[in-house]
Design a protein around this ligand. Structure first.
Ligand code: SF4
Length: 363
C-alpha cells in the first residue's frame, strides 16, 4: 500500500517514541488524513506495548443506575426523566443492595453506581447507599460522578472536600470520572448548560485524588466539539495526572446520538464516524504519555469497533456491566458481552486476556 504521509506527521510520530508531544503536534495528529491514520496507529500500538504490554484487561462489574429522575437537562442525555414521568424510577436502598449481592454471586468485583440528580436526595442518601452495600456485600464501590458530588454537596450544604471525606468514610472506594464531557465552558453551555463548569470538575477530581479516591478520566466526543477542544480536554487530563497520578485509566466515550435532544434538534452531528473514533483513540494513546491504561468502550463503540481499538492504542475492554441504561436509552443496540465473549475478542486480537479489579490489579 502506497501511503501518502506528510513529513511533519512522520516527524511527530518519530518524536512521540522519544518524548512527550505538544498540543500543537497532537492537533496535527487529530487533523491527519485517513491514510496517515495507519502510521499513527502503528505508533499508538508501539506505545501501548511499551506502556501496558500485551495483556488486555477487563473487569467483572455491574452498573446500577439508582434513579433516572434528574433536575438537569443535558442535551446529549436520553436517560433522564422528570419525577412525574410514567417511567421515572428511584430504586430503594434494599434494591441497590440486592443488585450488588446478585452481582457478587455472578463473580463481580465492582458495582458502578450512578444516577440522575434526584431533587429529594442529598449526601446522606449517597452515604446510606454505600454503607448499606458495604455492610452486606464485600465488593468495590465505584460511585458518583463529579456532577453528583457537586449536587450532593450543594443539597447538603457541605463543601466539596467535606462531602468527599464523608463518602470516603462511608466506604466509597473510587469514582467514575464522568460528567467531564468536553472540559470547555463554551461547549458545555451548548451541550450541558446546567452541569458543573470545567473548573469545578477539575477541582472535585483533584480533591478526590488528594483524599486517596482514584477516578477514571473520560471524554465525550463526536457532537459539537472541534479537534482543538478535544486536545484542550486531553491536556487538562494530562496535567491533572502529572500532579496526582490517580487516574486509573482514560475512557474515550463516543457520542451515542440517536434519541438525544442535541442530535434531534440538529445542533450536533450524528456521532463520530469509525475513522474519527480510531483517530481519537490513537492520538489519545500518543498524547497521554502518563496514562498506562486506555479503555475501549464496547458500550459506545459496539463490540466490533471496540475490539479493533485494541490495535489502535487500547489495552482494556472495560466491564461486563450486566445492565446498561444510559447508552441503551440513547439508541445503542449493543448486546452485553460476558466474560467468555470479552476473552474471545481479546484472543482474536492477538492479546492475552486477564480479569482485573477496578484498580487494575490482575485477578
Ligand atoms: S447526563 Fe446525568 S446530569 Fe445530565 S441530564 Fe442525564 S442524568 Fe442528568
Amino acid at each position: 500500500m502506497d501511503l501518502k504521509i506528510k513529513p511533519e506527521i512522520e516527524e511527530i510520530l518519530q518524536q512521540a517514541l522519544k518524548r512527550r508531544i505538544t498540543e500543537e503536534e497532537a492537533l496535527k495528529l487529530m487533523n491527519s488524513s485517513s491514510e496517515e491514520l495507519f502510521a499513527i496507529a502503528i505508533t499508538a500500538d508501539r506505545l501501548r506495548k511499551s506502556r501496558a504490554g500485551d495483556v488486555v484487561t477487563y473487569v467483572i462489574n455491574r452498573n446500577i443506575n439508582f434513579t433516572n429522575v434528574c433536575v438537569s437537562d443535558c442535551e446529549f442525555c436520553a436517560f433522564r426523566r422528570n419525577k412525574s414521568d410514567a417511567d421515572a424510577y428511584l430504586l430503594s436502598i434494599e434494591q441497590v443492595v440486592e443488585k450488588s449481592r446478585e452481582a457478587k454471586k455472578l463473580g463481580a468485583t465492582e458495582v458502578c453506581i450512578q444516577g440522575g440528580l434526584h431533587p429529594s436526595l442529598n449526601a446522606d442518601y449517597y452515604s446510606d447507599i454505600i454503607k448499606a452495600i458495604k455492610r452486606n456485600v464485600e465488593i468495590h464501590v465505584h460511585a458518583f460522578s463529579p456532577m453528583e458530588i457537586s449536587y450532593a454537596a450543594e443539597k447538603s450544604g457541605m463543601g466539596i472536600r467535606k462531602t468527599l471525606e464523608y463518602l470516603k468514610e462511608s466506604g466509597l472506594d473510587s469514582m467514575p470520572g464522568t460528567a467531564a464531557e468536553i472540559l470547555d465552558d463554551g461547549i458545555r453551555s451548548t451541550i450541558c448548560p446546567k452541569k458543573l463548569k470545567s473548573r469545578e470538575w477539575i477541582k472535585i477530581v483533584e480533591e478526590a485524588h488528594r483524599l486517596g479516591i482514584p477516578t477514571t478520566a473520560t471524554m465525550l466526543y463526536g457532537h459539537v466539539e472541534s479537534a482543538e477542544k478535544q486536545i484542550k480536554h486531553l491536556k487538562i487530563l494530562r496535567d491533572i495526572q502529572e500532579k496526582t497520578k490517580s487516574f486509573t485509566e482514560f475512557v474515550p466515550l463516543s457520542f451515542v446520538h440517536f434519541n438525544t435532544p442535541l442530535y434531534r434538534s440538529g445542533k450536533s452531528k450524528g456521532g463520530a464516524t469509525g475513522i474519527e473514533d480510531i483517530r481519537v483513540y490513537a492520538a489519545s494513546r500518543i498524547f497521554l504519555d502518563n496514562f498506562r491504561n486506555i479503555q475501549a468502550s464496547w458500550v459506545k463503540l459496539g463490540r466490533k469497533l471496540a475490539q479493533v481499538m485494541l490495535k489502535f492504542g487500547a489495552n482494556d475492554l472495560g466491564g461486563t456491566l450486566m445492565e446498561e441504561n444510559i447508552s441503551r436509552t440513547a439508541g445503542s443496540a449493543v448486546n452485553i458481552p460476558d466474560k467468555k465473549e470479552l476473552e474471545r475478542m481479546i484472543i482474536e486480537a492477538g492479546r492475552i486476556p486477564r480479569q482485573r479489579d477496578t484498580l487494575y490489579n490482575l485477578i
